[in-house]
Ligand binder design. Sequence first.
Ligand code: ATP
Ligand code: MG
Length: 226
Amino acid sequence: MIVSIGGTKGGTGKTTLAINLAIMRSLAGRDVLLIDADEQGSSAKFTSLRNSECPGGAGYACIRLIEAEVADQMPELRDKYDDVVIDAGGRDTDAHKYALGVADIAILPFRPQSFDVWELAKASKIVHLIRPANRNLKAYAILNQADAVGKDNEEAADFASDIKNVRYYPHPIVSRKAFGRASGNGLSIVELSGRFRDQKAASEMYPLYELAFGEHFEQLKMAGNE
Ligand SMILES: Nc1ncnc2c1ncn2[C@@H]1O[C@H](COP(=O)(O)OP(=O)(O)OP(=O)(O)O)[C@@H](O)[C@H]1O
Ligand SMILES: [Mg+2]
């Protein structure tokens, strides 16, 4: 599966969700490539940290590709890896368009804030533009950094549900400190242990994993991993 995580808005959680999906998929025993197509290089920096923190290494491969390189190299890469996750970055970049051109699934995270919701409409136009070149593309908007309580989520979800070309995926991921803590330590949300483990946060990632890969998340049992 080729999964693009992108959108035109900054700070919505694209990198956070991309690295978590890549790690979870690798924990499920798949050979995963994470492509950092964002010029900021956050996914690549995270992977360096993870490589230095984890005795067994990151568990997935990560490369940085610039714009058209994503399209040019995809035929070879899709044969080499079981799954590819692309951190397609933000703003109205060509990187995002190239990622949408090759992806099976596009995930567009947004926060329950007006600016993010308005930007979704822009992302919808880009999906519309790309679709003739990639007829199989399925695009989903997912609420990230959602409020734990209150009406803002519902209002944002209502707006997102009305946007054309993009389907609203009704499994919000709430804003939880554990995400930042995990990333800062080179870990995914499902790898936090002891008092830092946040089962609610982990369980909110499962539906996104299912959307991305079409399977329930099941961690491969390995020595030292039980
Ligand atoms: N569900 C969440 N709960 C709490 N914090 C989150 C969550 N998702 C992301 N964050 C935090 O929000 C910040 C922005 O996340 P991230 O860098 O993943 O966004 P981005 O969309 O990749 O940003 P950019 O547009 O700069 O690439 C980070 O500090 C991250 O830890
Ligand atoms: Mg990012």
